[in-house]
Design a protein around this ligand. Structure first.
Ligand code: DO4
Ligand code: MG
Length: 286
């Protein structure tokens, strides 16, 4: 079951359930649902959605609406160096920080960092940014866990943890600047509810970057390559911290383009996670 936020022609934000073939959605407004939050906080979100979909709800073609990022007031956090590919790429990018990446990959405590406020997140179709003061910029396609206020995993979405590798590689203390700036986080297109971790580990993560209509990079990995389990990452995020609105946690990247590659303005990034859908964003220079 897939849950989305969308903007109507009247510029109102509604919540809907996406039809199985992804061509349409069922607007939950007549059922009294105007926010994701109560559904994500439900004891059994999947059962609640099954009960809602059995009602008569207006069907709207997806082509008639604009999808919004599937976050309301949640903080967005990210895990790092959770795939072997991420560890080796980062160790090559920086002599200065190589030991830190090596150690955190093996350590019990994962790397977790704040990524974005909900209101700053780009939806599918909206631009993601590259910094004007950075020379080496990449997307990071990541599975994102949707967590309720109790830290329970209630769904999954696709995340793009946009990163400036030259800033990050210069000094690890510059990580927040490499990772957090306008349009540096995209989430979408919707939330997949009701999949187990075992099922999600079978999903493929794929990325394509188009430039002037040509493919300039393509990569693929599998969620199964993620070194840590979902509960472990979520558990560390909720240690000594409360999230009354819930949280979204990106689980790290397993795809890193070759060192010669950097994003350019007007590139288009297409990320697919089988089991969820597609997140597409054009790139803009900030
Ligand atoms: O430590 C740097 C960030 C790592 C990261 O974002 C990732 O592995 O996805
Ligand atoms: Mg990342």
């Amino acid at each position: 079951m897939k849950l989305c936020r969308f903007k109507t022609k009247q510029d109102e934000i509604h919540v809907g359930i996406v039809a199985e073939d992804d061509s349409a959605l069922f607007d939950l407004t007549p059922a009294g649902i105007s926010q994701l939050h109560p559904l994500l906080e439900d004891n059994d979100p999947l059962a609640r959605l099954n009960q809602l979909i059995s009602q008569k709800l207006p069907r709207v073609a997806l082509s008639e609406v604009r999808l919004c990022a599937p976050v309301e007031r949640q903080e967005v956090w990210a895990a790092g160096v959770t795939y072997l590919r991420s560890k080796t790429a980062r160790m090559e990018e920086s002599d200065f920080s190589a030991t830190a990446y090596d150690k955190v990959y093996a350590a019990e405590r994962p790397e977790l960092f704040f990524k974005s406020l909900a209101e700053k997140v780009a939806a599918t179709g909206e631009p993601v940014g590259i910094r004007r003061d950075a020379k080496w910029n990449v997307p990071e396609p990541e599975l994102a866990l949707v967590l309720n206020s109790k830290g329970k995993i209630v769904g999954y979405t696709i995340g793009n943890d946009m990163s400036s590798r030259d800033i990050e590689g210069e000094n690890l203390l510059y990580l927040p600047q490499a990772k957090i700036y306008s349009h540096s986080c995209a989430l979408g297109p919707w939330i997949r509810v009701g999949a187990t971790e075992a099922a999600a580990r079978e999903w493929k993560i794929k990325i394509e970057i188009q430039r002037n209509g040509k493919n300039v990079f393509a990569g693929e990995t599998s969620v199964g390559q993620l070194k840590r389990c979902f509960e472990e990452l979520a558990g560390y995020l909720f240690r000594s911290q409360v999230f009354p609105h819930g949280a979204v946690l990106l689980t790290g990247t397993g795809i890193v383009p070759p060192d010669t590659f950097t994003l350019r303005e007007r590139d288009e990034i297409r990320i697919e996670i089988t089991g969820i859908g597609w997140l597409r964003n054009p790139v803009m220079l900030l």
